[in-house]
Structures are given as C-alpha cells and as structure tokens.
Design a protein around this ligand. Structure first.
Ligand SMILES: Nc1ncnc2c1ncn2[C@@H]1O[C@H](COP(=O)(O)OP(=O)(O)OP(=O)(O)O)[C@@H](O)[C@H]1O
Ligand SMILES: O=C(O)C1=C[C@@H](O)[C@@H](O)[C@H](O)C1
Ligand SMILES: [Mg+2]
Length: 158
C-alpha cells in the first residue's frame, strides 16, 4: 500500500497507524532518502536543488521492496518517472486529500520542509499538484478527519 498527498496530509502519521493495525512493516521515502544520502532534506535541497532531490528520490524509490506500507514525500508525483514507478508497483495508492488551510496550519512551523516558504507559493504548489495526486491514486480519502477515522476509511476501501 502506498500513501500519497501534499505535505501535512498525514502520510507519515497514517502509515505508522496502518502498519500497527495491519501488522505490516512501514517505510517512509523521506527517511530512506536521508539514510541513503547521509544528509537532511534541507541540506540536499541547498546543495543540489529540487532537481537533485527528485533524482535521489527516484533512485531510492526504485530500490525499495514492494511489500511494505510506503509513506511517500509530498512531491513525489511531480517527477514523471517516480510517478510511473509508483503506478507500476501494482499496489493500492491512497491519496490523503485535505483543503489547503488545514494543510498549511499543520506545516507552517516546520523548518524541515524546504519548499514551505511564503503561504502563496505553497498554495500554488498545492493547486498545481491536485490533479497529479488524483490521477496517480486508486483511492481518495478525507485527510481532515481524525487519524483513527482515516485508518478505518482506508481499511474499508481495500
Ligand atoms: N488527521 C490528522 N489530524 C490532525 N493532525 C494531523 C493529522 N494527520 C497528521 N497530522 C499532523 O500534521 C503534521 C504533518 O503530518 P505528517 O508528517 O504525517 O505529514 P506528511 O504527509 O508525512 O508530510 P510530508 O509530506 O512533509 O512528509 C504532524 O504534526 C501531524 O501530527
Ligand atoms: O512536497 C514536497 O515537494 C516535499 C515534501 C516532503 O515530504 C519532502 O519530500 C521534501 O521536503 C519535498
Ligand atoms: Mg512524511
């Protein structure tokens, strides 16, 4: 199972709960990138730009085992080759959808997300990505409810 969605939609949070609920291992793509590069995400962006980060993200994704619950990074759908890899994994792809104000409130204070600068630019990213999340996913859930409700909704939709 693969979780996609904008920053703050709860991919990491929900993957942990789902993993515990289903007794399955979880992997977090952002964490795997940090492990394999030995750099924090803001450091990768500073040294190599978003382009370098997307290439690393693709390489790590390509090497991951398929049977885990995978929490992706918020921008993985913006790189066509990574999007294709996700779709080829032949797993349910769950899109955690929330409105922009809810997401912005969750991520505004977190310095670990280099693409979160001024509110308008984050909103633009959100709008540009909506169609990508929808066309990449097989299931869409409402990510504004409580984590437990979201997990229940995902379990029912499988
Ligand atoms: N359903 C929810 N209700 C309330 N708060 C939530 C919910 N899901 C996540 N959060 C909170 O929102 C913040 C971001 O969550 P999380 O890190 O899981 O998002 P993410 O989708 O993995 O983000 P990123 O793309 O940056 O990795 C955290 O502080 C988390 O506790
Ligand atoms: O939305 C994005 O483009 C990103 C989201 C995070 O999960 C990280 O993958 C990184 O900060 C980029
Ligand atoms: Mg995350």
């Amino acid at each position: 199972m693969i979780l996609i969605g904008f920053m703050g939609s709860g991919k990491t949070t929900i993957a942990k709960l789902l993993g515990a609920h289903m007794g399955r291992e979880i992997l977090d793509l952002d964490e795997e990138i940090v492990k394999s590069s030995g750099m924090a995400i803001p450091e990768i962006f500073a040294a190599e730009g978003e382009t370098g980060f997307r290439l690393r993200e693709y390489d790590v994704l390509k090497a991951l085992p398929n049977q885990h619950i995978l929490a992706t990074g918020g921008g993985v759908v913006t790189y066509a080759a990574s999007r294709r890899l996700l779709m080829e994994m032949d797993q349910p792809i769950i899109y955690l959808h929330a409105d922009f104000p809810t997401l912005y409130n969750r991520i505004r204070e977190d310095m670990n997300r280099p693409l979160v600068k001024d509110k308008e630019s984050v909103k633009k990213l959100y709008e540009e990505r909506l169609d990508l999340y929808r066309s990449t996913s097989t299931i869409e859930v409402d990510a504004t409810s409580t984590p437990k409700t979201i997990v229940d909704q995902i379990m029912q939709s499988l």
